[in-house]
Design a protein around this ligand. Structure first.
Ligand code: SOE
Length: 381
């Protein structure tokens, strides 16, 4: 008999769908001790919550997250709301003894994230942040190759996350779909939204970052605000590029923008080591490009590994070798790992502390863009 784990989801947007899909699929593909039960979804609009509940199979709806958090029949709170609400919800959920899965970035800034870490540690509740790209099989394969020493000493880390959806100056800021453009709701622009993903993956693959030197730009300075109807100053960074030094001595460049015409979600990273290099591209997420200098010279070259065989990470749980999976599966993997962690008493990562570590980097990046100086990155204790 599987142990039921009752989920209370707050928010119903793009991530609400990605997470709900993962809860619904996970037991079909992974043998686990737990089974998520979609108990309740919470949104301020009762109509929207009901429509979402019907579509995804939630048993009930709430319109006030505080009520949901207090409900005795909820074991796990999933936070899929804008960034400025994460801290209040997570701290209340921890106090109520709930497990918490929180969308990225963990908080508006590291000061808030520190309070969230303190709350989950005090309450001793399981917690995780939805940095899903760590769970793409090709990215996990990259980690395995690094851990096995196949790359040798690492010299360079290069990451980009490019989009083009905010170029029009007529696009408003704020409100349901466009809160990512409103600094009060999002905390920052591409730094917290997109570079946070790159930083999470980078630190998972290559260790901690010591210092950064950054530049940011806001190309469209004013936009109409959907909620006030007034033209208001834009407070987010539209683009950010930074240099970083990792603690292992490697050098890095990170770049993100929402103004790279033609690119929709081009997240790429390349790592160059003493013996080998790897390259990954979200648009081709089931492949890992690998170059190994130790190969015989006549056949040496970049290989494109189709990460779809039974011995590749997670793949034995899906189809037959050669048949690939996609973006949504990274969320299924994250839920599977979270449940596995509960079962084995080995909490899955990234947890809130890891989310805080990323927030320390993004805070240092934003500070450096203001001061024009290299800034040290605070380390998680
Ligand atoms: C922004 O457009 C966004 O949806 C991010 O918020 C997600 O975290 C990223 O995975 C895709 O792009």
């Amino acid at each position: 008999m599987l142990k039921p784990l009752n989920v209370g989801m707050i928010g119903y947007g793009f991530m609400g769908r990605a997470h709900s899909n993962a809860y619904r699929k996970v037991n079909n593909f992974f043998d686990l001790a737990y089974q998520p039960v979609l108990k309740a979804v919470c949104a301020r609009s009762a109509d929207k919550a009901k429509a979402f509940a019907e579509k995804w199979g939630y048993e009930s709806v709430e319109t006030d997250w505080r009520r949901l958090v207090e409900r005795k029949d909820i074991h796990l709170i999933d936070i899929c709301t804008p960034n400025n609400t994460h801290a209040d919800i997570a701290i209340a959920a921890a106090k109520a003894g709930k497990m918490i899965l929180c969308e990225k970035p963990l908080a508006l800034n590291a000061a808030e994230a520190e309070k969230m870490v303190a709350a989950v540690e005090k309450a001793k509740v399981a917690n995780m942040v939805w940095y899903n790209y760590r769970r793409c099989p090709a990215v996990v394969l990259a980690r395995q190759l690094i851990d096995e020493g196949k790359l040798g000493r690492i010299f360079h880390y290069r990451a980009k996350f490019l989009q083009d959806w905010t170029i029009s100056p007529d696009l408003p800021q704020g409100g349901t779909a466009l809160w990512r453009l409103d600094v009060k709701a999002a905390g920052s622009g591409v730094t917290g939204d997109l570079l946070a993903h790159c930083i999470d993956t980078a630190m998972w693959l290559n260790g901690t970052i010591d210092k950064v030197s950054a530049m940011t730009e806001t190309f469209v300075k004013q936009r109409k605000h959907q909620l006030t109807g007034k033209v208001e100053k834009v407070g987010i960074d539209d683009a950010c590029a930074f240099l970083a030094r990792f603690s292992n001595g490697s050098l890095a460049t990170f770049e993100s923008t929402r103004y790279a015409r033609g690119h929709k979600a081009l997240y790429t990273f390349e790592i160059n080591g003493e013996h080998a290099s790897i390259f990954w591209d979200l648009h081709d997420l089931h492949r890992l490009q690998y170059f190994d200098h130790r190969d015989e010279g006549r056949v040496r070259g970049w290989r494109s590994i189709h990460v779809s065989d039974g011995d590749h990470p997670y793949m034995k749980n899906w189809w037959v070798p050669g048949l690939q999976i996609g973006y949504e599966h990274s969320f299924v993997h994250q839920v599977a790992d979270f449940f596995q962690g509960l079962e084995e008493g080995k909490p899955a990562k990234p947890d809130f502390k890891d989310g805080l570590a990323t927030d320390y980097v993004t805070d240092a990046v934003l500070k450096s863009a203001k001061t024009g100086q290299w800034e040290k990155v605070k380390k998680v204790k």
